[in-house]
Design a protein around this ligand. Sequence first.
Ligand code: ADP
Length: 496
Amino acid sequence: MADSVRRKIRILFAASEAVPFVKTGGLGDVAGSLPVALKAAGAKVSVILPKYSFIPQEYKEQMQHIADFYVPLSWRSVYCGIEKLNYEGVDFYFVDNEAYFKRDSAYGYFDDGERYAFFSKAICEAIALLPELQVDILHCNDWQAALAPVFIREFYQGSDACRNVKTIFTVHNVKFQGQYSDKMLSDVLGLADNPTAAGQLYCDRDSINFMKGALCYSDIITTVSPSYASELQMPFFGEGMDGIFRRRSNVLHGILNGIDQHVWNPETDEMIPEKYSIATLAKKAKNKKALQQELGLRQDPERPLVVMIGRLTNQKGLGLVRYAMNRLMERCVQVAILGTGDKDQEDAFKYFAWTYGDMMSAYIAFDDALSHRMYAGGDILLMPSEFEPCGLSQMIAMRYGTLPVVRETGGLQDSVMPYNQYTGEGTGFRFANMNADEMADCLLNACEVFWTNKDAWVKLQKQAMKTDFSWSRAADEYLGIYYDLHPEIVRYDQKR
Ligand code: ADP
């Protein structure tokens, strides 16, 4: 083994999106927050992502062009510029190629496979060619960066800069795997005459799967909650990859994401009508009143206001909500939905809003400011997801003293502690099965506590608000894994 050395471990975090440059979902939040937390915990962290043309101008103006080279992609030799920007103490490297990334949005193009194969290869070239980018750990996220662990072993093992790089792959949502025609093996990846690599990438007779490549090649696999790490090994959740997750379960870790506790803080949130904290929780009522008024709901403090904020897709268990809607309305529960997604779901909730007048509101839009007002003004956040790798909404809601009612799956199960009526413990309410009546029973039980036992309710709110969902907790867990992969590096903050 190499001599031990005491220094900061050097991480390159690769993702297709990162806040504040580009965000389409939870991955953007993670790639924006986790590197900053890792840096604070004592690692040297850089992030690499594509330079999309729609990154806000203010950031593009601050980028510095530091290198360019050509990336081999089978028979192609493709231009790649590297731009750099320091943000909150972390170096962000942007992979520049206008043919691939000068588009209106990040994903959804005919050549996405080629675009992100290029991105993954460019990451490896950058590690091999940029002396300033010394890397101990390459941490890749989701299918868009999934080929980097494959390429680094197959093409760059001989390079001094890459030889000791260990790879980690994080699954944020196994539904999206990057599956393409096997013609890409020869046409883009240059791996057709490498039977080992091809065998790992093949998923069906004629197709290859980027994520499968990363799951086979990476030294460590992580996902975004411990429960999802277990679920991924089951056929129902594994989306065809469950066998690989079972085979590699010895290197599979589930680490619950955090939330940005500065952005989501009712004590300092400029976007809500009335700021409050655990000590001034009574002021939350003003936010409820204002929200009821804004959404056209009856201004009655005694009606529990149930909010839902998120993508309106089947994953989120909306079928259960639709089925239970009449029952909830009969009990005078108010429901307010904010989201966009599948048209049939949007239409269904618009119909309910029209039918139930001042009992139900559906705001079909992406509106960050309104989401803050809803987290602050709601009494209950409903999240009956069919599956939920981590879920951020329930953690944000708890921070605002809005109690979550969730189905026991993935990160919902790991972050919401169920109410115990005998001890008063808990931070929310949970139900087990994808069953609309079970969900409604659970939700109405929560309402019962809201109506009849205010002390227990307030105690639950305070417990929820106190829960630690900071990124520093997650960063510590990731750091432990990074250092385990490099036993020769002595933790810089630990005694020898
Ligand atoms: P997922 O990643 O599956 O979309 P999460 O709960 O992990 O779900 O994260 C969703 C994030 O996006 C939350 O921060 C939520 O507040 C936000 N969000 C989702 N839909 C909307 C919307 N229509 N308007 C504002 N914010 C939204």
